[in-house]
Design a binder for this molecule. Sequence first.
Ligand SMILES: Cc1cc2nc3c(=O)[nH]c(=O)nc-3n(C[C@H](O)[C@H](O)[C@H](O)COP(=O)(O)OP(=O)(O)OC[C@H]3O[C@@H](n4cnc5c(N)ncnc54)[C@H](O)[C@@H]3O)c2cc1C
Length: 356
Amino acid sequence: MIERFDVAIVGGGPAGLSAAIAAAEKGCRSVAVVERKRQWGRPVQCAEMAPKLLGQIVPLDRSATVQAVGELHFWLDFKPVGRLHAPAWMLDRPRWEAALAGHAAALGVALFHPATVLAMSGNGLLLSYGGVWREIEARIIIGADGPQSLVRRLRIETPIEFALAVQEVLPLTQGSEAADLFFSPDYGSGYGWCFPRGGEANIGLALPWERRRRLRELFRRLTDYLQREGRIASVRPIRRSGGLIPVGGPVAQTVFAAADKEAAAMLLAGDAAGQCHPLSGAGILTACACGRLAGEVAARAMTEKSPAGLAEYETAWRDLYGGYLHRGLKGRQKIMAADPEQFATVLQDVWRFRSL
Ligand SMILES: Cc1cc2nc3c(=O)[nH]c(=O)nc-3n(C[C@H](O)[C@H](O)[C@H](O)COP(=O)(O)OP(=O)(O)OC[C@H]3O[C@@H](n4cnc5c(N)ncnc54)[C@H](O)[C@@H]3O)c2cc1C
């Protein structure tokens, strides 16, 4: 039996769940999400910091946050150089994503979970679900399947640019309401972070792909420094993860009309669309905001029976976030091009922190 949906969303991360909630809220009766992780949001491949504004875009209960952060502290070669006021939440991503999934289910969204999209063609998706193959069909498919998106690769051949990141959860000696960002000419446009989450911290390092060979060595240098300074109690990780961050800016096209009556139209959202900030690597907020827009536009196209209306998504998200992502990309390129003597000035100029 093939189940048919108006909208099928590949990927139940921030972008996919936001798209599902928005589509259902806008009156689309038949929405499905396919997510392969056994537990929503786990493993956590994220430092879990998001601006407080997130709560105005998607449901965000305080129980899905670990703590607030007020300031970013900037370090260059392990010396303090600046500060920036940046009210943010440290999220508990598994708890938050599970809550979003619950919200979507309550709105009538069908959740295929855990299920993996193995293949796609025309309007059909082949899933591995509960130990068997299952086929579903949809009029509109939203690719919200993260940085290595299968949906994107079906439509766009150009590879996208990535930073590679590693992260460990390590015990802090003392809690903090400031998040630290560590820079060095060795990191190029990448940076290290120590983001507090109560008695622990997400500590990580992201480097441009071409510098990845030094990732583990430079990460160890960062954790050794934090231990020497008495900031962390141990370098024995509580959890360890890593992942790819799209840092080349958005892809050129995120709406693909159906090729014929048998095919589905496709939209891309979140990391699948490269909607992650190229300088900071922050993608949660844009994934949710653009996911919501994709869901709303898809619902409208279905309820008004106007597939041409899907083109609105391309304009809508670019109007809101195109400039922000473009400035991030320019900033990243400036840091990449800076020689070591200019590095401190360029860093301050691009990140716009208050010098100490
Ligand atoms: C180490 C690291 C630290 C980061 N820290 C931050 C941070 O502090 N703040 C911030 O804002 N951003 C951060 N980011 C970026 C942020 O995690 C992403 O931008 C954000 O998760 C994008 O959401 P998304 O829904 O587009 O993609 P994802 O979160 O990647 O979700 C995509 C989902 O699709 C599922 N999926 C993929 N393929 C399939 C398939 N074939 N079948 C079924 N399901 C599939 C995946 O399992 C996944 O759950 C970080 C990234 C990394 C790697």
